[in-house]
Structure formats: structure tokens, C-alpha cells
Design a protein around this ligand. Structure first.
Ligand code: AMP
Length: 381
């Protein structure tokens, strides 16, 4: 068994007591994708009900949540009815419009809080926040492609961050979408056009040995629990595998825990967070964080006593966090697009846990499920 890390001392910034939800009370979940589905399943195991709010028809979470509202995030009546029917609201999707959150927050608490969401929604604000609490990020510079002087701004940004670099939209990017790599300054106009007018940020390319992530949680009492860091492999910007433990030394592991804890405390956070890190020759560099359960934490279903989904439900419901005890070394593989057809063959293997999301349409690049292979009893790298 391997313990991850659980802090015993509540943070001084955190309220000491939050009323815990009782079995039978309801968690509202904004977003009905696979993360919402897995949260709803965990909540049900703890005797808590869920009500999912999702604009799209037939969402993955709809099959397992107690109640589903199908409405747009602009539908104030539907939002008010949703907020009135739940005891706390969380989200599996960070791009919920601010107006919808204002309306909900006037009626019921949102966990993690609005600041965590606002910071993570904007790559520029996120990087400034991270640097502001003393954490290293890639060098960056804002770029407004709609500015009449956009080409000049991009040139200046390249001078600041160097080449190669990556131009990313500030908002609404995920799985490598809204990103373009720049090797030289020859195709400036095309590079700027690829942002489709959206505000952007130029990031210097980080030469990393590996990508790791920490799935951590902060409870309503301020306690923090970090799962063992996982080592991630991305292909075309999409997570392909997470292997646990990551091949990092003990000092780097402690530093990764410290980074996650610093972010959680600075945001007075309640819930699970996914912190993506680059392991470099100069130490850990923060790529980004997601204020929710995270794809690179799916391994916890098969490798830990309590998984990230239950941990998040515990936190937002005001229950005590679980100790992040890991019993196995594991490797999680995403089943993307047509990979889902391999699921029956994978199911024949010993020691593998499969999770499919019930998506009716298979599309290239779409996350359809994941498989986690147990490699053996928990070891440290
Ligand atoms: P993101 O959407 O920002 O998480 O980027 C997706 C993936 O692109 C990351 O997991 C990295 O593999 C790669 N990437 C993003 N930003 C950088 C960077 N500044 N330097 C090197 N690789 C990056």
C-alpha cells in the first residue's frame, strides 16, 4: 500500500465547518459528459442523489443521474429550477457562462468556487495566478489576433518567449484544440488567422522529460489529500495513457504535492483538482490545472481504495476526504474514437478494468471510454 499524501492540519484560511449533505440530499452537476456520469455513479454509491444540467440531448450522465435537465446555459427559468432542486452545485465542465453561475450562486453554493473556475477558464489569468503564488510556468505573452497590430504583437511575443512556441486561445481550449505550434515567423498571418479572432497567449515550448499530473483534493475543512502523481503520454494533444507511479524521484514527488497544495490553498478550494506538470531539467513547471475531476485521474478507479470521483463527491458534500491510499501500480489507456471497438478483446485480459461512457456516436478523437490495467502491487518509482 502506498499512501499518497493527506495533510492533517486544516488550512487556516478555510472555514472549519460546512454542513455535510445527508444521504438523500442532491448534488447538482453542470455538464453531462463522462465526468458527470462517473460523478453521478459515485454519488449514488454514497446514497446521494444527482441532478445533471446539460444542454446536449442524451448525454452520458443522463443514463445514471437521478434527474436530468436538458436546457441551454442561457435558460434562466431552467437554471433557477435546477438550483432550487439541489443542495450544492458542482461542475464537470469549466466553460459554464458567468451569468448562469451568478444565478445559481444566488440560490445554492457552487464548489469548487467561482474564483477557481474563473482563473482556470483563461490561460493568461491562470499563468499570472500561478506565477503570483511562486510557481513556474512556460514563458508567455498575450496576443490579440484581432488587433490592427497583431503581427507586431506576435513578433514581440516571440522575442519574449523564444521559438519554438505554441499559440493558444486564452479560453475554450481543451485536448490540444485551439493551439498552433510555431517553429519560425514565416507564416505569421496564417498563424494569427488560426485563432479565428479569439484572444490568445503565446507560450514558449517547454523541453520536458515527461509530463506528470497530480490529482488532489481539498475538503470543506481545508484538509488536502493528493493521489500519487501519474505519468501521462499525450498524442496530438489528447491524453493517451497515464501510468502510476510516474518515473520521478522522491523530491520531485514531494514538490508535485506541494504545488497542488499551494494552488488549492490559494484558491480556498473545495473539491478535486487535476494539476498538469512538465518535469524538466530545471524542476517542475505547471502547464495548467482543471478545477474538476480529470482524465489523468481515471486510474484511481482501479489503483486506489477510493477513486477521484468519490473523493470529489465527498469534498463538495462536506464529507471527510478519504486517505489517498493506492494499492496497485496501474496504467490507464483512453479508448479514443474507434478504439472503443477493442473493448471486448481488452475485457478478456486479466487484471483490467474497463469503463465505457455510453456515447452513442463514435467520432475520431472522441473519448469513448478507458481501460485501466493493474500492473502489480503498489511500488514507488
Ligand atoms: P494543453 O491543452 O495546454 O494541456 O496542451 C496539450 C498538450 O500539448 C500538453 O499536455 C503538452 O503535451 C503539449 N503542450 C502544451 N503546451 C506546451 C508547452 N508550452 N510546451 C511543451 N508542450 C506543450
Amino acid at each position: 500500500m502506498d499512501g499518497g499524501r493527506l495533510s492533517r492540519i486544516p488550512s487556516p484560511t478555510c472555514p472549519m465547518k460546512t454542513d455535510a449533505l445527508a444521504p438523500g440530499q442532491t448534488i447538482g452537476i453542470l455538464g453531462g459528459g463522462q465526468l458527470g456520469r462517473m460523478l453521478a455513479m459515485s454519488a449514488a454509491r454514497l446514497g446521494l442523489r444527482t441532478h445533471v444540467f446539460e444542454p446536449g440531448a442524451m448525454p452520458p450522465a443522463g443514463e445514471v443521474a437521478g434527474t436530468i435537465t436538458t436546457a441551454d446555459y442561457c435558460d434562466r427559468e431552467a437554471l433557477a429550477a435546477f438550483a432550487g432542486s439541489v443542495d450544492v452545485v458542482t461542475y464537470e465542465f469549466e466553460n459554464v457562462p458567468a451569468d448562469a453561475l451568478d444565478l445559481i450562486e444566488a440560490r445554492v453554493p457552487i464548489r469548487p468556487n467561482r474564483r477557481a473556475l474563473a482563473v482556470s477558464q483563461d490561460r493568461l489569468r491562470e499563468k499570472r495566478f500561478l506565477n503570483g503564488i511562486g510557481l513556474a510556468t512556460a514563458p508567455f505573452h498575450p496576443v490579440d489576433p484581432a488587433s490592427p497590430n497583431a503581427a507586431g504583437i506576435l513578433k514581440q511575443a516571440v522575442e519574449v518567449v523564444g521559438l519554438p512556441a505554441i499559440l493558444k486561445t486564452r479560453r475554450l481550449g481543451y485536448d490540444g484544440k485551439g493551439q498552433v505550434r510555431i517553429e519560425d515567423t514565416h507564416r505569421t498571418a496564417a498563424t494569427l488567422a488560426s485563432m479565428a479572432g479569439a484572444e490568445a497567449i503565446l507560450e514558449g515550448f517547454v523541453a520536458f522529460a515527461r509530463e506528470v499530473s497530480v490529482i488532489a483534493a481539498r475538503g470543506a475543512d481545508g484538509r488536502i489529500a493528493c493521489f500519487e502523481p501519474g505519468e501521462n503520454v499525450h498524442v496530438d494533444g489528447i491524453l493517451c495513457t497515464t501510468r502510476v507511479p510516474a518515473r520521478i524521484d522522491g523530491g520531485t514527488r514531494e514538490r508535485a504535492f506541494g504545488i497542488a497544495a499551494a494552488i488549492l490553498d490559494a484558491l480556498d478550494y473545495c473539491g478535486v483538482i487535476g494539476v498538469e506538470l512538465f518535469d524538466t531539467a530545471d524542476g517542475l513547471v505547471v502547464n495548467e490545472f482543471a478545477p474538476r475531476v480529470h482524465n489523468s485521474g481515471h486510474w484511481t478507479e482501479a489503483g486506489a481504495v477510493v477513486d477521484q470521483f468519490e473523493q470529489h463527491v465527498r469534498a463538495v458534500a462536506g464529507w471527510p476526504l478519504a486517505a489517498p491510499i493506492r494499492h496497485s501500480d496501474v496504467e490507464m489507456t483512453n479508448l479514443i474514437g474507434e478504439d472503443v471497438a477493442d473493448a471486448p478483446a481488452i475485457a478478456r485480459e486479466d487484471g483490467v478494468r474497463i469503463h465505457l461512457y455510453g456515447k452513442t456516436e463514435t467520432r475520431a478523437g472522441r473519448k469513448m471510454g478507458h481501460a485501466t490495467r493493474v500492473l502489480g502491487p503498489a511500488t514507488r518509482s
